[in-house]
Design a protein around this ligand. Structure first.
Ligand code: ZN
Length: 99
């Protein structure tokens, strides 16, 4: 998408919202944000949106490297979540047999 070509429909009518000002006062023109941490001082990061005006597909990116590092520090890695799911799936069938 950042290359200017829509991965869904192949159109080159892709527009970048990255030139919008970062998070300001809440309002209709506020850019999308992703919450990173909860708590008393929740941390959020603004998203750069890429929009295909041909099919409507939207992709969002975080461009702040410090925020990306913060996410890596606070969020679980999907690979680990999937591993946990698999281990739970192994347990479930035998539990069902007990009933
Ligand atoms: Zn498209």
């Amino acid at each position: 998408m950042k290359s200017g070509i829509c991965p869904k429909c192949g159109s080159k009518d892709v527009y970048a919202g990255s030139t919008l000002p970062p998070r300001g006062k809440a309002g209709p023109h506020e850019v999308n944000t992703v919450p990173i941490t909860a708590g008393v001082l929740p941390s959020v990061v603004a998203l750069d949106n890429y929009v295909c005006v041909n099919c409507g597909y939207v992709e969002s990116y975080i461009s702040d490297p410090a925020k990306l590092q913060k996410i890596a520090d606070h969020w679980p890695r999907v690979e680990e979540l999937l591993k946990e799911e698999k281990e739970q799936a192994k347990v479930t069938p035998s539990q069902l047999n007990d009933f």
